[in-house]
Design a binder for this molecule. Sequence first.
Ligand code: CP
Ligand code: NVA
Length: 305
Amino acid sequence: MKKDLISISDLSKEDIMRLLESAEAFLARRGRHGQPLQGKSLAMIFEKPSTRTRVSLEVAAAELGAHPLYLSANELQLGRGETIADTARVLSRYVHGITARVYSHHTVLQLAQHASVPVINALSDWEHPLQILADLQTMRQRFAKLEGLRLAWVGDGNNVCNSLILASAILGMEITVASPAGYQPKARILEQAKSLGGWPKVVAEPDDAARGADVLITDTWVSMGDEGEEAERLRVFGKYQLNSEIMGLAAEDAIALHCLPAHRGQEITDEVMDGPQSAVFDEAENRMHTSKAVMAWLMGERSQS
Ligand code: CP
Ligand code: NVA
């Protein structure tokens, strides 16, 4: 049976810990490792722009010996109406894995359903599991543990936040999400987290999430696809910002994370982004190590066992 990575909740605690170990091993080798995916190919479908995901996946695939193909959705026949299911069936005849960055989460679910090769969610409107693996690797590097960490999400209850809430539940981390009314995480994700053993808290005030936290995390106020709501969002999200004051409420050795791209002066200040507590560039680097771990696991020889 092929495996996919559509939601972070497709992974057990053991799976995540194994992937993080593997990512650390890839980091330590700095590209000078074996090529477990030699002779394989990876189709990378993008409906939206990307810097980190595209480049880290492409380089990761190449360094593992695989051939990555960047496929803009507009330039595929998908853009002219070919179905997702047929695209998945055809690509499965050529390549050994598919990653997809899509607007609707339903699209990546359909790809996984109809592809006979592993499908990896490279961001949908509902989740961003590859990002959260990099975030977890960064937290583990800084704190040498995950269980028991106190996380504070400040900002939009969006795709990245959803994956983080689920990961917290799987790994036994405490999470408090501070979002304005109307932008808080959906009941469905909170229920799923509870069913996985989590106890996510949602508050309205950023300070209430930040107090005593080990990790403060934010993301853009205006995600890809939300551009039509930009003016309203900039108005509503004003105080949901990682700045020096809020960092001052957190634990002394707290770190700041952001999946990037950052909108400096909006959800995060220069002072925090470039300050001593920022781990955002390690977090960005870890996208590559964790992507290697995921691809080697899902597309490697032992992936079928
Ligand atoms: N964090 C992240 O997914 O960045 P990109 O949009 O640049 O891929
Ligand atoms: N929430 C953001 C993440 C970008 C990496 C978006 O979906 O645009």
